[in-house]
Design a binder for this molecule. Structure first.
Ligand SMILES: NC(=O)c1ccc[n+]([C@@H]2O[C@H](COP(=O)([O-])OP(=O)(O)OC[C@H]3O[C@@H](n4cnc5c(N)ncnc54)[C@H](O)[C@@H]3O)[C@@H](O)[C@H]2O)c1
Ligand SMILES: O=P(O)(O)OC[C@H](O)CO
Length: 371
């Protein structure tokens, strides 16, 4: 537990102090992020009194138990949550007076959840998406879903993404992340509420790049999980990760994101963490697919959200609409749809026409090696 005497990193003087942070979603990441925000409130050097942090979850009995025991036993047994963290199953109560609203819900439920409480979301609140997925049916990123669900909120939306496995963070293992927003004050405020001695946020103006990095890596992690389930070694996994990052960067660029974002924490950083870790749900789901389980069996076995399963076909469709080649996403989507078996992944990926590694290394799309 972070000591009261440890101070958070210095915050630039222009960053406003929030009064209340509401975290919606008491699953794995919501709980870990609420702990970060509560720890940040305790160590923030300049705020006195510090901000309130409230964690909302839809299961009343579970929230009452959390309030009673100070732990979220379903997700993190034996981890004591900070004493200054409050718990509620009343979403409107959580939102009242909040100037930072953190959305820690799965991508496919975010819109309905927001629409159902739209009138209770304070007008000036900064809205932070933690989800790493694309909405089915619309193909929209979470920042776009929030803007549609809460008209007028466009300038106050932020996204947070990076190598952030909740189970490591809840143990205060050090990590870094990226907070992207179109407005500097929004990014600054969100950074302030999550700056702790074990969590270091960097700001960015590239919302598209940060979101695309976080959501596509889940699909790439499914593929790496499949490699692992088939007992392929590190060469195979490194090849998928590297080429996965190449196709992620192509998609982000086509949508207006910056390639350098994908070389950072929200791109390469998250990809490496997720694809290397047995803690990753997407990686685990891929491994189970390779062991012969059907998508339905894998989904039934996963007790936590593996976003890549639902986002893969949406990413593929988005890429096709923008004329972006994403062979790994195409192949994983075909496996998930039952169109090919995991045995057919290798010929599908390696049997493609030879080409240069990068567009600058030679004429891409021909047999010519990079020159
Ligand atoms: N767990 C991580 O390490 C991690 C890290 C970074 C980002 N994320 C992203 O955060 C998002 C949430 O993931 P998670 O790990 O917390 O998932 P989770 O499965 O652990 O928890 C999801 C929570 O959402 C709740 N929920 C589901 N449907 C709901 C609905 N209709 N209304 C209200 N609540 C509902 C569940 O009860 C649960 O508490 C995902 O997009 C994930 O990719 C997760
Ligand atoms: O467990 P996963 O696969 O959803 O990955 C969790 C985080 O996104 C890692 O940064």
């Amino acid at each position: 537990m972070v000591s009261e005497t440890v101070r958070a990193p210095t915050v630039p003087p222009t960053v406003p102090t929030p009064r209340k942070v509401a975290v919606l979603g008491a699953g794995s990441w919501g709980t870990a992020f609420a702990k970060i925000a509560a720890d940040a409130a305790r160590v923030d050097a300049d705020s006195d009194p510090s901000w309130k942090v409230v964690l909302w979850g839809r299961d009343e009995a579970a929230m009452n138990l959390m309030a009673e025991t100070g732990t979220n036993d379903r997700y993190f047994p034996n981890v004591r949550l900070p004493g200054n963290l409050e718990f509620t199953a009343n979403q409107r109560e959580a939102l009242t007076g909040a100037d930072v609203v953190v959305l820690a819900l799965p991508a496919q439920v975010l819109r309905d959840q927001l629409v159902s409480v739209a009138d209770a979301v304070p007008e000036e609140a900064v809205l932070v998406s933690l989800a790493k997925g694309l909405e089915r049916g619309t193909g929209l990123r979470m920042s776009e879903v929030i803007a549609e669900a809460l008209p007028g909120s466009e300038g106050r939306i932020a996204v947070l993404s990076g190598p952030n496995l909740a189970r490591e963070i809840i143990q205060e293992q050090p990590t870094a992340s990226v907070v992207a927003a179109v407005s500097d004050p929004s990014a600054g405020m969100v950074s302030r509420v999550c700056a702790t001695p074990y969590f270091r946020p960097y700001t960015s103006a590239d919302v598209v790049g940060v979101e695309i990095g976080g959501l596509v890596k889940n699909v790439i992690a499914l593929c790496v999980g499949i490699c692992e389930g088939r007992d392929y070694g590190d060469n195979s996994k490194a090849s998928i990760m590297t080429r996965g990052l190449a196709e992620t960067t192509r998609l982000a660029s086509a949508l207006g994101g910056r390639p350098e974002t994908l070389a950072g924490l929200a791109g390469m950083g998250d990809l490496v963490a997720t694809c290397s870790s047995p803690l990753s749900r997407n990686h685990t789901a891929g491994r189970l697919l390779a062991l012969g389980l059907s998508v339905e069996e894998v989904s039934a076995r996963m007790t936590q959200t593996a976003e890549g399963i639902k986002s893969a076909p949406v990413v593929r469709d988005l890429a096709r609409r923008h004329g972006v080649e994403m062979p790994i996403v195409e192949a994983v989507t075909s496996v998930l749809a039952g169109e090919i078996t995991v045995d057919q992944l290798q010929p599908m990926l390696l049997g493609r026409r030879l080409k240069a590694e990068t567009p600058h290394g030679g004429p891409e799309g021909t047999n010519a090696p990079g020159q």
